[in-house]
Design a protein around this ligand. Structure first.
Ligand code: SF4
Ligand code: SF4
Length: 344
């Protein structure tokens, strides 16, 4: 682990910009996002977390898969430089790995070769992710419920903000290679380790009560016909904001834009909360009611993904709570299905 003074942060970013496309948190409040930065001055180092997650760097909201012109098909060239992400929170670093299980190494059956989405893999495989510990989790954070935590180590590099400096540790070979480039750094020792412990304890004290999710996978399935789904649906307006803000939601649609044999095929985000998401060409919609759609969202998060990959598809980032226009709180929904006193 090394220690780098914050006064040298701009040198650190500048040093990376030549060889990487650098992404970092920018903007304020609801406009905050991970975006490409050319210098340290553009980075908002004071954000708890961005409202738009870093998922969009690897899985953009709209992405051209190829263009076509009278039978001539052109696939867009891959980015010329690898990506470096500075300041990703632990929940989001793990979210990227959860989506990677689907886009990077999904299997229909155990003996099948892994399916690899070339657009996702081309960006992620060469990317270097620096995770920044959360000294002050937000009131909407519940990463401790999903087996994560504000000081969980994830990504290629792990950093802690200790006031006037950052402490940075490499977790992978890619991270180590970046750490070796940092100039003006000093080695961290026992004093810094004690500082991290103290900050970790303080950060964990900001999180609310702990809820055990181990029963949830089966409870939600057993309660398939429960009136609770109607209660939740009565509140939800099917706007899809929760899915668009979520770092693990990964449903998409594919559309062609063009005419007379010339155009482009694009992939764009879609959401199970939208009424047309499952509408079939016949006009039949297997999830025609709002309750069907909210049940799908929660079962995918806490049951179906678990069946496929042995963990839940939620990392407790709290974005869906923050963006929901009707204050539908996923923690309240979970508590209701676990019989913990909570009104939806
Ligand atoms: S479901 Fe909500 S809390 Fe969970 S990862 Fe998605 S946005 Fe975050
Ligand atoms: S953000 Fe809220 S209202 Fe909108 S679809 Fe999600 S749960 Fe429903």
């Amino acid at each position: 682990m090394i220690k780098i003074e914050k006064s040298k942060f701009s040198v650190f970013i500048q040093n990376l910009v030549g060889d990487f496309t650098v992404f970092a948190p920018v903007g304020e409040g609801r406009q905050s996002a991970f975006d490409e930065v050319a210098d340290a001055e553009s980075v908002n180092t004071a954000l708890q977390n961005t409202v738009q997650s870093p998922k969009s760097i690897f899985f953009p909201q709209t992405e051209v898969l190829f263009t076509y012109n009278d039978g001539d098909v052109q696939i867009p060239e891959a980015a010329d430089k690898p990506f470096f992400l500075w300041g990703v929170r632990a929940c989001d670093a793990r979210s990227i790995m959860l989506v990677d299980k689907v886009f990077g190494r999904a299997k229909q059956r155990p003996d099948d070769p892994a399916f690899e989405d070339p657009y996702w893999k081309a960006k992620l495989d060469t990317a270097v992710i620096l995770t920044l510990a959360c000294n002050e989790p937000a009131s909407t954070c519940f990463c401790h419920w999903t087996g994560d935590g504000p000081f969980e180590q994830a990504g290629d590099l792990w950093a802690v903000d200790v006031g006037s400096s950052y402490l940075i540790e490499s977790l992978t070979e890619k991270g180590k290679a970046v750490l070796e480039r940092i100039e003006n750094a000093s080695p961290a020792g026992k004093t810094e380790a004690a500082e991290i412990d103290s900050l970790r304890t303080q950060a964990e004290s900001y999180l609310g009560d702990l809820v055990d999710l181990s029963e949830l996978k089966d409870r939600m399935k057993q309660m398939w016909d429960d009136p609770a789904w109607d209660d939740i649906a009565a509140k939800c307006v099917n706007c899809g904001a929760c899915a668009y803000a979520c770092p693990t939601c990964h449903c998409f649609d594919v559309q062609d834009e063009g005419k007379k044999g010339k155009g482009k095929r694009i992939r764009l985000w879609d959401a199970c909360m939208f009424p047309l998401f499952t509408k079939e060409a016949s006009g039949h919609n297997p999830r025609g009611q709002a309750a069907d759609r909210v049940r799908q969202r929660f079962l995918h998060k806490f049951s179906y993904y678990w069946d496929n990959y042995g963990e839940s598809l939620c990392t407790g980032c709290g974005r869906c709570i923050y963006v929901c226009p009707v204050n539908l709180d996923i923690r309240t929904v979970v508590k209701r299905f676990l019989d913990i006193d909570a009104a939806v």
